[in-house]
Design a protein around this ligand. Sequence first.
Ligand SMILES: CC(C)(COP(=O)(O)OP(=O)(O)OC[C@H]1O[C@@H](n2cnc3c(N)ncnc32)[C@H](O)[C@@H]1OP(=O)(O)O)[C@@H](O)C(=O)NCCC(=O)NCCS
Length: 149
Amino acid sequence: MRAMARDDVDAVLAIEQAAQRFPWTRGNFSDALASNYVCCVDEEGGEIRGYAVMMPAADEAELLNIGVAVAQQRKGLGRAMLGEMLENARGRNMRRVFLEVRPSNAAAIALYRSAGFKEIGVRRGYYRNAGGSEDALMMACELVGGENG
Ligand SMILES: CC(C)(COP(=O)(O)OP(=O)(O)OC[C@H]1O[C@@H](n2cnc3c(N)ncnc32)[C@H](O)[C@@H]1OP(=O)(O)O)[C@@H](O)C(=O)NCCC(=O)NCCS
């Protein structure tokens, strides 16, 4: 993976809009870049295949977004990118990485569990949808203590 540049946002947004049911906007990605969050893309042969965004804060980081182009899904790319984000957090001496995910997103939850994330709670009505709201499952991966190292 390499750092995401402003010029990558069009390609990232196209993947986001095709892959996510509730996609981030261009503004969300621009804000993440402007805030110096850890924003990375996976590029092969000039084509962006995936991206991840993580917000470091004190001694923990929040994984805010991860996405893989629909045609590239289920080939191990999501797991590889998540592994790189965890390595990045470890390199910054973070104690843990946490995230929120829709309970309906079975693919993402399976990916996070396989990478060592554990469920730590539920935020009721966290996501707003057209049809009302949806809870958020909170998950965390501990980076100290050896279990996921
Ligand atoms: C979630 C996502 C990033 C996974 O990326 P991916 O490259 O397809 O995943 P991988 O090939 O690395 O799969 C890793 C593991 O995740 C799980 N997984 C991935 N896709 C899955 C699916 N469709 N159904 C069930 N489990 C799935 C499996 O446990 C898989 O391991 P396995 O292939 O050994 O069984 C991808 O599906 C995606 O971009 N989804 C839309 C965006 C999104 O929901 N992002 C997360 C919330 S922000």
